[in-house]
Write a protein that binds this ligand. Structure first.
Ligand code: GSH
Length: 217
């Protein structure tokens, strides 16, 4: 096996794949993308120039959810990330989409807005992103009340997505006391060893967070 992951320890979508790799103790080479040469290499493999990106020999696999599924199919380990049963698999995929589209996307919009100059800022975009996050937290509050993990009783791809999404979303748009079950789930998923590991690996980079990283996690 010769797997190389192009990634950065502070990047939310990279966590999704790193958590899956750590869950299964899958060996891989970490290609840290942070300097010009790293970005150029990434762009030469994927013109969209986003990570995570996986190289498996000569094959290139992009998009975090696809990479997690690729790893599950080609390099299976003890922790299956998408269940074999069709209905459960659809639920996991749905939750993965929910976290990407309605937590990660508005969270990134809030972060990006803070990185702009004052005159480039988009107050309406920020207000809309906050509304989406509130709606997602509200929906999740009912969803995670009765279950340990994001899509049921088994840790899955949905939790690999949820962990970075809720980790950073809570920094830019606090979950607070309004959604205690979401907060409790966030604590649960952050206590998972694979997730603790990605959180710890990202600690040295917290100074990069434009809003200022809170100390609480
Ligand atoms: N849909 C993509 C999103 C990837 C993405 O947005 N990655 C961010 C890091 S979390 C990135 O590459 N940012 C660098 C940039 O946009 O320049 C996935 O699931 O992999």
């Amino acid at each position: 096996m010769s797997l190389t992951l192009y990634a950065h320890p502070f990047a939310a979508y990279c966590w999704k794949v790193l958590i899956a790799l750590y869950e299964n103790a899958t060996p891989f080479n970490y290609r840290l993308v942070e300097d010009e040469a790293g970005w150029a290499e990434l762009e030469s493999l994927w013109t969209i120039k986003k990570f995570p990106l996986l190289r498996d020999g000569e094959a290139t696999i992009v998009e975090s959810s696809i990479i997690v599924e690729y790893l599950m199919r080609r390099y299976p380990g003890p922790q299956r990330m998408i269940p074999t049963d069709d209905d459960s698999a659809l639920k996991v995929r749905f939750m993965d989409r929910l976290f990407d589209n309605y937590v990660m996307t508005p969270m990134q919009a809030l972060v990006s807005d803070r990185m702009r100059t004052q005159d480039e800022r988009d107050a309406k975009g920020v207000a809309d992103a906050r509304k989406v996050l509130d709606a997602a937290y509200g929906w999740l509050e009912r969803q995670v009340t009765q279950q340990e993990w994001a899509a049921g009783s088994t840790f899955s791809l949905a939790d690999c997505s949820a962990a970075p999404a809720l980790f950073y979303a809570d920094w830019v748009h606090p979950i607070g006391d309004r959604f205690p079950e979401v907060l409790a789930y966030r604590r649960r998923v952050l206590a998972r060893p694979s997730v603790t590991r990605v959180v710890d690996e990202a600690r040295p980079y917290r100074k990069l967070f434009p809003q200022g990283a809170p100390d609480r996690d």
